[in-house]
Design a protein around this ligand. Structure first.
Ligand SMILES: NC(=O)c1ccc[n+]([C@@H]2O[C@H](COP(=O)([O-])OP(=O)(O)OC[C@H]3O[C@@H](n4cnc5c(N)ncnc54)[C@H](OP(=O)(O)O)[C@@H]3O)[C@@H](O)[C@H]2O)c1
Length: 332
């Protein structure tokens, strides 16, 4: 075990998109656990758009204090436990931060049941992004064969899983992604019926071409302006699920909503929202179902791992410049 704990601290709050100056790489002594705590060696760290919100001065789940370790979901192995619920060698998950080692109170750690899958899958498919996808497309809507389903960020962590679940329920599924490589992934790797390249196509024309029967369900991860373009083409009694709005992250204090929202009453449509945290009492159900679908080959999980905390800024920015496919992870 190394003597020092490499970690990434938040040293400056971003105004819009974070710059490299927002973070500093530091080396501190590895902390020792006290009663009730455990020392965890972190193996994989999740990169999530929500971390951008956690960098603000206020956020609905609190915020990262300046000059402290940047928050992140992570998975790792218990090295030393002074908590009765954990022992050395246990695999755990928690908001352990962007660092190599973390001392956590046992109440803030989750013991993982890792089967044949890689531990990192407990940040993606069996973690926040996979479970968000699962509950978003199985609990908020009842997708039926033939439903016309549109899903944004369909080459990303949440979108690629949500889209595959909608597909296995028999829907006609179209994705939205940036660039030909992602369109190819969505159609040829995860089997979607089509994909709009919103960076290179005229969005509204392409949507009408790929979904001539209109949109019954839109799973939105982006927000406006794409949300507005979609609202113009929703069907009667359509459902719009607001899962995220990555296009709004740079201006969280003045978020823009849809100017086309009157299409909702006109077409007796519904706008629903949720977060992963609303389903915390059902995570086991979600993991079990996702595992069954993986084992039967009905869905696939894709990861984009990057090594080295010195690459944190460049890696994090891939969430916003789109230079990744599937679940983005950094290995410390
Ligand atoms: N409700 C919840 O509890 C919950 C939980 C997890 C995540 N989310 C939300 O789910 C969404 C996806 O998160 P993720 O972790 O799965 O990330 P991800 O999809 O793996 O990565 C984000 C993707 O967003 C796309 N993107 C970035 N900026 C964009 C813009 N301005 N317009 C359109 N697309 C843009 C990029 O793909 P392209 O190359 O295709 O542009 C990028 O790859 C986010 O909105 C996130 O906040 C919600």
């Amino acid at each position: 075990m190394a003597d020092l704990n490499k970690n990434v601290k938040l040293v400056q709050r971003p105004v819009a998109m974070p710059t490299a100056a927002c973070w500093a790489l530091a080396e501190d002594p590895i902390p020792s656990p006290e009663a009730g705590q455990a020392l965890v060696a972190i193996k994989h760290i999740s990169l999530d758009p929500a971390q951008r919100a956690w960098m603000n001065e206020d956020c609905y789940v609190g915020c990262v204090a300046l000059n402290s370790t940047m928050w992140a979901f992570a998975v790792g192995e218990v090295m030393n436990s002074l908590h009765p619920g954990f022992k050395t060698g246990d695999l755990v998950r928690g908001i352990m931060g962007v660092q190599q080692y973390s001392v956590m109170h046992g109440d803030d750690l989750e013991l993982l049941d890792v089967k044949d899958e890689a531990l990192s899958e407990h940040l993606g498919l069996y973690g926040m992004t996979g479970l968000t996808a699962y509950f978003g497309v199985t609990d908020l809507v009842d997708i039926k064969p033939g439903d016309q389903v549109l899903i944004s960020t369909s080459a990303g962590a949440v979108g690629s899983i949500a889209a595959q679940i909608a597909k296995l329920k028999g829907a006609y599924v179209v994705g939205i992604a940036g660039g030909p490589e992602k369109v190819d992934f969505c159609v040829n790797e995860i089997g979607l019926d089509g994909c709009i390249d919103y960076k290179n196509h005229d969005f509204e024309t392409r949507l009408a071409e790929l979904m001539p029967d209109g949109v019954d369900i839109y799973f939105d991860n982006v927000g406006v302006p794409i949300l507005d373009y979609v609202l113009k083409q929703i069907n009667e009694e359509a459902t719009i699920i607001i899962c995220g709005a990555i296009n709004q992250f740079q201006n969280m204090s003045d978020v823009s909503g849809p100017s086309q929202y009157l299409r909702i009453p006109e077409r007796k449509a519904s706008l629903l929202g949720f977060t992963y945290f609303h389903y915390s009492d059902r995570f086991h159900e979600g993991v079990k179902q996702l595992r069954d679908w993986i084992e039967s080959g009905q869905i696939r999980s894709h990861e984009h791992p990057i090594d080295g905390l010195e690459n944190f800024h460049d890696s994090f920015m891939k969430l916003f410049n789109g230079k990744h496919i599937g679940k983005l992870i950094i290995n410390p």
